[in-house]
Design a protein around this ligand. Sequence first.
Ligand SMILES: Nc1ncnc2c1ncn2[C@@H]1O[C@H](COP(=O)(O)OP(=O)(O)OP(=O)(O)O)[C@@H](O)[C@H]1O
Ligand SMILES: [Mg+2]
Length: 310
Amino acid sequence: MQTSQAAKPPRQATGTHIQAFQPRSLADILGQGPIVAYLRKFVANPHSAAMLFEGETGVGKTSTALALAAELGCDMAAGDLGGVRVVASGEQTADAVRDAVSFLQFIPMQGSGWKVLVVNEADRMSTAAETIWLDALERLPNRSLAVFTTNHTAKLSDRFQDRCLIMHFAGDSKSLAGDAGRLLQRVWRECAGTAVPPRTERRLLKDAIRDGCLSFRRLLQLAEQELLVSRDRERGRSPLSPEPTLESGKAAFSMEVAESAGVTGSAFITRRGPPASLRNLRESVPMALAGGLGAGEHRPQLSLFTIGGR
Ligand SMILES: Nc1ncnc2c1ncn2[C@@H]1O[C@H](COP(=O)(O)OP(=O)(O)OP(=O)(O)O)[C@@H](O)[C@H]1O
Ligand SMILES: [Mg+2]
């Protein structure tokens, strides 16, 4: 735990790098220059539309859709009420689509009034669902944007594709290597306070590639593991050690929250921004546990790492 408020304390390697480095705006989206350039123009002069983000896994399709929603003024913390809804991955039924379409018809209570619906893994929708979309996409309500994401565009009908602005996300390792290297450097700088060792960088970049495609998600996961292992190696103990790593005051504080949340395992939480309030902790502890992080230790224990804003 970094207790002093000194400028830019190193982040801890905590099990949630993917959240900690989640893009918040289009400026944070790496390796997708032409798409970001187009979307900036779109944001400057927006209109109701359907977009299809296609590309390999972990290259920023969902992140870009959410960054776009934020830039259109949706209140990202307010969910439906703020004008943003993410339809969970998986097969969409006709009823699910009707519900999604009705979301686009509402005027959100918070935010700019824009509604952004993100439909992940759109290729898994049923034929009935696709038929409803064909009709709905031709008469989208004012200030509404539907963003579909897919790894398999060919599974969607031509008629569906024709109704969408299609954006192809780069995934090939050569074009993403530079940005991936910069992301790794940033992770190391912020988490370890050092530059990433060249050999580690080469290895992680190589391991983040499958079939010639690089996944930023995979890269962050690998960085996570590497940082945890190297930190514990430095301390001469197993990475699986359940020993608390917090100063006693904070540990007691987080223990209290952990117990009130019924924690029986250990959890690692990454937070950004100002020190967490008790209320935020009460919400984030069960969320972290629901994510399945570090469960299964012998006694209630919570390791909480507070991270300064970036
Ligand atoms: N282009 C990117 N720029 C910055 N970070 C990225 C980018 N792509 C992915 N990431 C990181 O990886 C995580 C996962 O990315 P995201 O969910 O946007 O990928 P995706 O393309 O939607 O993948 P999938 O096809 O598996 O749904 C993000 O939260 C972010 O931390
Ligand atoms: Mg996605």
